[in-house]
Ligand binder design. Structure first.
Ligand code: ISL
Ligand code: CA
Length: 544
């Protein structure tokens, strides 16, 4: 039995601030822009925002490199703006969940500036330093996630520092208790300002042991998370979501099990990785395999059946647009976007909508490398070209999976630049903004936006959607995803066509003729038939 919490029926909405709404024409989204768009979030019915980083930052990784955890980047606004956002959102019943990026800081953080200048200051040990290897050179040949070595030499101290990501993102040394105390103090400072919780960036990395070359889910991870809970979170009614690229169904409940006192839920990526090439990685994706995707998705539904809780998502600022990746962004865009929403929003867990997903925004299809902005794409381009890969081949992969697809400006209207800015946007607007934008969806009862609004409201009202047990149907079916949710004697049955072709499937016998239609993405069905004829990318749910 679980005790109901506010986020059990809430839907989250992720804002990537630089691409959401620009209030002053400098081409960069900002906090006043977000405040002005709060009515859009109320319309949608969301319960909380996950705000990607707005802290002071040199923006090497768009804010995932923080130089001052207690201040706001000037391009995004001021601390006063942030306080106004928290208050204005709260008035609408919307919590602000901040991004907590504490696996690493920026190399321009005051701590690192001191740490790199001298060995004998307390801040030196806030980072991970090792002497050169026996032959000189780095301590080992570990590679950084955004390309290049994971170790960078600093002549002033004669040592290398470790960075899992770019050299501008030195890893914090979590084994230092003073560093941990600083982080906890900063977290309390933000919670006292009235935020609703934290999304914790790559939190599975903080327990690392670099000497053992054990980075993900290292030996200290869970002790640190428990300490953080004791020091910061205990007794506060806030939401915590940890990002973990390595968590599996073996380790999931260590983070979010009811007696663990660690986190409320994790973002896990097994269903996402299913779309990546096993050896060549994300820039050489493999064709989408629905059966493997379903296996990943439903294994987490099974895991969180009696304990823990799940964070449901298909998109974020690091991933391609879901309608382009999992469905179709041309002829069947509307159907595909609604179908993916039906599936995600009728599963058990807390769903997250990434900005623009609610109107079915699509991948950007850039043809030239200079249209990209993300350091991951740019660095991998350099590396792959040096290895002899043809630029066109790389661009094809990037067009499927680059992080920049989700970072093009939010499309509000058919005004210039989609109504995002009156200036020049920091990254090109997707040219399809005249056809795909918020203003157009708002006026249309059959729009993707309307579909999302219904689904989000349903979770608030319907106990089966919020708490029912999930059971997968048609597990081996390569074209249709299907499941049921059960609570007490009641049941919801969901069918979703993942193909551009019509599909006919039998509904469970006892549903036929008795169920009532709950969600449809196409024409209404007033009676539940025995055989369900699904149009391309159609989704349907009924309740008995
Ligand atoms: O984006 C990825 C896949 O290409 C990941 O490897 C990504 O770096 C990983 O998901 C961690 O992401 C988080 O931390 C990064 C930051 O760049 C991402 O934007 C953030 O979501 C470093 O802080
Ligand atoms: Ca701006």
């Amino acid at each position: 039995e679980i005790t109901e919490r506010w986020w059990h029926r809430a839907t989250g909405y992720q804002i990537y601030p630089r691409s959401f709404a620009d209030s002053n024409g400098d081409g960069m989204g900002d906090i006043p822009g977000i405040i002005a768009k709060l009515p859009h979030l109320s319309d949608l019915g969301i319960g909380f925002v996950w705000l990607s980083p707005v802290y002071a930052s040199p923006m090497v990784d768009n804010g995932y490199d923080i130089s001052d955890y207690r201040n706001i980047a000037p391009e995004f606004g001021t601390l006063d703006d942030m306080d106004r956002l928290i208050a204005a959102a709260r008035e609408r019943g919307i919590g602000i969940v901040m991004d907590l990026v504490v696996n690493h800081s920026s190399s321009l953080h005051a701590w690192f500036c001191k740490a790199r200048a001298a060995r004998d200051c307390p801040e030196h040990d806030y980072y991970i330093w090792r002497d050169p290897g026996p032959e000189g050179g780095p301590p080992d040949d570990a590679r950084a996630a955004f390309g290049g070595p994971a170790w960078t030499y600093v002549p002033e101290v004669g040592q290398y520092y470790f960075h899992y990501f770019s050299p501008a993102q030195p890893d914090l040394n979590w084994q230092n208790p003073a560093l941990r105390a600083e982080v906890y103090d900063m977290m309390r400072w933000w919670l006292d300002r009235g935020i609703a919780g934290f999304r914790m960036d790559v939190i599975s990395l903080i327990g690392k042991d670099v000497d053992a070359r054990l980075y993900e889910e290292g030996p200290h991870l869970h002790p640190f998370l428990q300490e953080m809970h004791r020091e910061v979170l205990a007794g506060r009614d806030v939401l915590t979501i940890g990002e973990s690229w390595s968590v599996s169904t073996e380790t999931g409940l260590l983070y979010c099990g009811r007696d663990r006192d660690e986190l409320d839920m994790v973002f896990e990526f097994s269903h996402i990785r299913e779309g990546w090439h096993p050896e060549l990685g994300k820039f050489a994706p493999k064709p989408f395999d629905l059966v493997a995707f379903k296996r990943a998705l439903f294994s987490w539904q099974d895991l969180t059946r009696e304990d823990g809780w799940h964070a449901l998502f298909l998109s974020n600022h690091d991933l391609p647009r879901q309608v382009s990746f999992y469905a179709d962004d041309q002829q069947f865009r509307r159907a595909g976007a609604k179908m993916l929403a039906t599936v995600l929003h009728l599963l058990k867990g807390t769903p997250f909508v990434y900005q623009g997903e609610e109107i079915g925004m699509t991948n950007a299809r850039f043809d030239r490398i200079d249209q990209y902005r993300d350091l991951e794409t740019l660095n991998h381009f350099e590396e792959q070209i040096a290895l002899g890969v043809e630029p066109e081949v790389f661009i094809t992969g990037a067009n499927r999976n680059s992080r920049d697809h989700s970072r093009t400006p939010m499309q509000w209207s058919d005004a210039p630049n989609g109504g995002f800015t009156t200036g020049t946007p920091w990254i090109e607007v997707n040219p399809n903004f005249c056809d795909i934008n918020v203003a157009q969806d708002l006026g249309d009862p059959d729009s993707i936006f309307t579909h999302y609004r219904r689904l989000i409201a349903l979770r608030q009202q319907n106990d089966i959607v919020a708490f029912g047990h999930t059971r997968q149907l048609l597990a081996a079916d390569a074209g249709v995803l299907a499941f049921e949710r059960r609570l007490g004697g009641r049941r919801i049955v969901v069918f979703a066509n993942f193909t551009p072709h019509p599909q006919r499937r039998d509904l469970p016998e006892d549903v036929t003729g008795r169920g009532e239609a709950l969600v449809h993405s196409h024409a209404r069905r007033d009676e539940v038939p025995g055989q369900l004829d699904l149009a391309p990318f159609e989704s349907f749910a009924c309740q008995i």
